[in-house]
Design a protein around this ligand. Sequence first.
Ligand SMILES: Nc1ncnc2c1ncn2[C@@H]1O[C@H](COP(=O)(O)OP(=O)(O)OP(=O)(O)O)[C@@H](O)[C@H]1O
Ligand SMILES: [Mg+2]
Length: 363
Amino acid sequence: MAGVTLKGVQKRFDKTVVIKDLDLEVKEHEFMVLVGPSGCGKSTALRMIAGLEEISGGTITIGDRVVNDLPPKDRDIAMVFQSYALYPHMTVRQNLEFGLKIRKMPRAEIDKLVNNTAQMLGIDHFLDRKPRELSGGQRQRVAVGRAIVRQPAVFLFDEPLSNLDAKLRVQMRAEIAKLQHRLQTTTIYVTHDQVEAMTMGQRVAVLKDGDLKQVGTPMELYDKPANVFVASFIGTPPMNLFAATITEGGATLTTAKFTFPVPASLRSMTAKHDGLKVVVGIRPENILETGVEGRGETAPIEAEVEIAEPLGNEVIVHARAGDALLVAKLEPHRVPKLGEKLSLFVELDSLHLFDAETERRLE
Ligand SMILES: Nc1ncnc2c1ncn2[C@@H]1O[C@H](COP(=O)(O)OP(=O)(O)OP(=O)(O)O)[C@@H](O)[C@H]1O
Ligand SMILES: [Mg+2]
């Protein structure tokens, strides 16, 4: 097994720069998720690690070998694609065996590996069927099985669950995470789905337009997003963000329609930035209607309900406060009516502040 290190990796297609200057260290045994919106360069990055795409600059190291010029078959990786890419004319067993036969592994060893893997993935009943005789979820398992039997140093996954329905995705994402935990194989997993990223990754790397925006554990990204992009990308519903100015020597946040006091916990930081234009972030669960006691400093805010979405365990409320549209996660005890005026409270210790110009988090 091996870690994967990218140093100053670049990718250009003709003159278009797709990956600018990517530094990323995936530790041995780690499950790293690469997440970002469509077109940000996730698949390109993964394909460069796999050797399916040449790099335009920098170095990629797998274990202690620089692999820049190694063909895919010599990189000791196995990749699982969104399309599964199974051989349609071969049975499940033949699909699983294929890579091992090419490597001339002895028959008995192949049988043992294939049978063990099929059992582990719950596909041992389908070994004699062709891929078209399987459901999407079963095909996905075969594709994962084909990667596992090869016992590579590194697994690379590119959106392997996006063709599955919502329920199966949740099930398969737990299975893949468990499997990786058991096998301890270094894994890089690409997805555009931030929930998948948060639930599966030991660490998550957030990409935007070929730029790495932040790398950290899921909770680090959630609790301390390094910039406005990560703040808005991680979390559902997304963080509320609005423009404000730090005023009164750092004591107040002023917007066009309302003001907030700055809580004691942030005061020494805001004092250094008096007059600065900022972006204020509040997560939906940090806006309360009741249960304010014990939540530290809060500030009242009046808002008018525009949409209320009862989900059973909570109500997602979209409400207008001045010119800001706020999304709040409220207790499900009652669903507010459209147009209803709500007296809400903002948990001030949970505010996130970003420099409006650089969009970086203020620390
Ligand atoms: N062969 C190519 N030639 C030119 N441009 C390319 C090529 N392959 C990818 N691109 C461009 O590179 C950018 C990144 O593509 P990539 O497939 O890596 O995105 P992605 O993050 O995987 O997106 P998605 O979530 O939609 O799969 C895109 O703007 C894409 O148009
Ligand atoms: Mg992609």
